[in-house]
Design a protein around this ligand. Structure first.
Ligand code: ADP
Length: 281
């Protein structure tokens, strides 16, 4: 699957060079079939990771309003065992959160070993909305790219597999989705005048995102730019990417499980020997 994956800083990257459409040869039907297979694989991989407790997963989801963050979350989480999965949404910081450094509220939601954490928005808002709307002095947010890189490196060193997705929609698709919300009573609750106001800052957000991708991409915390104008393709790319990333750890998790199983059996045998045979009753 041809997908834009950023694994190192690249001062020339431009979001506008990446298409928001699925590749021409991708079909909705094939995607549905593949998604089903991926769902089963993800569940199996999650069980192995849960048992091994050597790693955790952090999925960061960023995107403009109506890019489909909720839909993507529903799709990934739907495939998983809810045990050990957390979804955290980061909105406007509370008073208490504002009284700490910007990573304080984020770090507390990072996943424990064996678990999956999904971030609906994230620490990146502190160099996106904060930058576009001058919510903090440049001297402050300008330092955050480095802090973010150090933070993600720290997580990775402690076994967290960091996967970052930008759901990439076109300006036209966003307009269509926002208008649809107005017409459909079942989605009207999502209406938010702020979405239209933010839309006026489209180009400033593009610049802010470009800087994020240029500066905060690393092998241990890559960005994936997901063409998101078609929801079915967006879901496929996210699921495929998570499965592909986890697959690399599969053998290691299996070995850990085998080792732990062996140790457990030995302990049990020892216990039984000490009781003079199999424990009765
Ligand atoms: P969503 O749009 O993700 O469905 P909301 O409608 O609750 O959820 O919007 C959350 C809002 O919080 C967004 O406008 C986002 O830009 C804002 N936000 C998130 N993090 C910060 C931050 N650190 N500082 C200021 N605003 C933030």
């Amino acid at each position: 699957m041809p997908i834009t994956r950023l694994t190192k800083p690249d001062s020339k990257f431009r979001l506008d060079d990446v298409s928001t459409d699925p590749p021409r040869d991708a079909t909705k039907q094939e995607a549905a079939e593949r998604l089903k297979e991926l769902g089963e694989e993800l569940l199996e991989l999650q069980e192995l990771m849960w048992g091994a407790r050597t790693h955790s997963i952090l999925i960061v989801l960023q995107g403009r309003d109506a890019a489909g963050k909720d839909g993507a979350i529903k799709n990934v989480v739907g495939a998983l065992n809810p045990r050990g999965v957390t979804v955290s949404s980061f909105g406007v910081p509370t008073k208490e959160e504002r009284e700490h450094d910007f990573l304080w509220r984020i770090h507390r939601q990072a996943p424990r070993a064996g678990e999956f954490a999904i971030f609906n928005r994230s620490h990146y808002e502190d160099v996106l909305v904060v930058r576009v709307h001058d919510l903090a002095p440049k001297a402050l947010w300008g330092e955050r790219y480095g802090h973010i890189n150090d933070f993600e490196e720290l997580l990775a060193e402690h076994g967290t597999i960091v996967i970052k997705f930008f759901l990439h929609i076109s300006k036209k698709e966003q307009e269509k989705r926002l208008l649809e919300r107005e017409e459909n009573p079942s989605t009207a609750w999502k209406l938010n005048v702020n979405d239209w106001k933010e839309r006026e800052h489209w180009d400033e957000y593009t610049e802010a995102y470009d800087e994020v991708f240029r500066r905060c991409s690393a092998k241990h915390a890559p960005w994936y730019i997901v063409p998101a104008d078609a929801k079915w393709y967006r879901n496929l790319v996210v699921a495929e990417t998570v499965a592909e990333t986890m697959r690399e750890y599969r053998d290691g998790w299996l070995k850990t499980l085998e080792r732990n199983g062996k140790a457990g059996r030995e302990e049990l045998d020892e216990y039984r020997r000490s009781r003079g045979g199999r424990n009765k009753g």
